[in-house]
Design a protein around this ligand. Sequence first.
Ligand code: NDP
Ligand SMILES: CC(C)CCC[C@@H](C)[C@H]1CC[C@H]2C3=C(CC[C@]12C)[C@@]1(C)CCC(=O)[C@@H](C)[C@@H]1CC3
Length: 327
Amino acid sequence: ERLLSEDTGGLQLCLACRNMCRAQAARSALLTSHPTARVALLQMDTSSISSVLSAAQEVRLRYNRLDYLYLNAGIMPNPQFDVQAFFKGLFSSKIITMFATGEGILTQKDSVTPDGLQEVFATNLFGHFLLVRELEPVLCQAGQTSQLIWTSSSNAHRSAFDLEDIQHQRGSQPYSSSKYASDLLSLALNTHYNKQGLYSSVICPGFVMTNLTYGILPSFPAFLWTLLMPVFWLIRMFTNTFTLMPYNGAEALFWLFKQKPESLDPQAKYHSLTSGLGHTYTQPRKMDIDLETSQALYEKLLQLESEVRKKHKASQHYRERQSQWEH
Ligand SMILES: NC(=O)C1=CN([C@@H]2O[C@H](COP(=O)(O)OP(=O)(O)OC[C@H]3O[C@@H](n4cnc5c(N)ncnc54)[C@H](OP(=O)(O)O)[C@@H]3O)[C@@H](O)[C@H]2O)C=CC1
Ligand SMILES: CC(C)CCC[C@@H](C)[C@H]1CC[C@H]2C3=C(CC[C@]12C)[C@@]1(C)CCC(=O)[C@@H](C)[C@@H]1CC3
């Protein structure tokens, strides 16, 4: 919506979504406010290897070049809100950090995808990684620059991430782990792809009222969240991370669109922030990441990529043989 509002006519959007009914609804909404906009749709489920591979193939057929790739799909399944820790946090010196990052009050229950990957890792990180690798030919074009823009989070914490357990099979904070991994991966992608004109950045939209946040307190009906808005506006006086509206949360995504990628800091996270008086802006903040760990994660992801590709080829081959046999 924000990109189209600034568009002078050259923009072509492609919305890659898992649910085509929702995708159609999003497209119709965009066309209502921007009737001449060019908005295409593409089916893609980032948690599924075969879906990502076929969507990427379709993109390569449709487009010669991609200038921007927004890697935004994300889940926080079965969130458990620790009420006790929340009230303890309310009366501690960590109260601002707790509201800004959700640190210490949220855990999640993860599951395994049909591909045998942890669902949060597959959806939030690995599917996007595979997509980037598949789209290399349209992202890395001679004489052009392209940008990858990851929606990370201030909930990304080094303490939730373990290089020996990159899928977070053993812990209870898969969301935080996947977001920390995306911060590391973005840095590694810059190391490997900048010379080919591909740049990567991460943003945090702040705390935004969306389906993801409504899911944190499922017993809370939507209108109660609306009733809490005055409380949230009050909290915003103390932490500018309460962007609340999707329009504000998209600020850093939009700001990055207008920047020269060469001028961006690969070790910074770009935060959408809203002041107590409702002014929204973008601010870079140094991430708690290092080159060595980012490189180690990159190598592990390449290894996993080669394993899943082999498995995928084998099951494709098996399905083909089976259908030949049936005929
Ligand atoms: N809301 C917040 O306060 C914050 C959000 N974020 C991040 O922002 C991003 C957007 O989340 P938000 O808008 O808040 O939450 P929503 O749940 O509203 O949106 C998430 C989007 O991701 C899509 N998605 C989820 N899983 C898949 C999948 N397997 N394949 C394809 N698409 C998928 C959803 O599709 P569908 O419509 O089909 O469900 C939906 O469009 C996420 O990465 C989230 O982690 C970061 C910090 C704070
Ligand atoms: C009911 C109470 C009066 C208020 C409850 C507030 C909490 C549910 C929120 C306070 C800070 C929020 C927060 C997130 C979720 C909801 C809160 C814990 C996130 C963890 C959502 C996902 C993210 O990526 C983070 C950046 C958010 C940080 C703040």
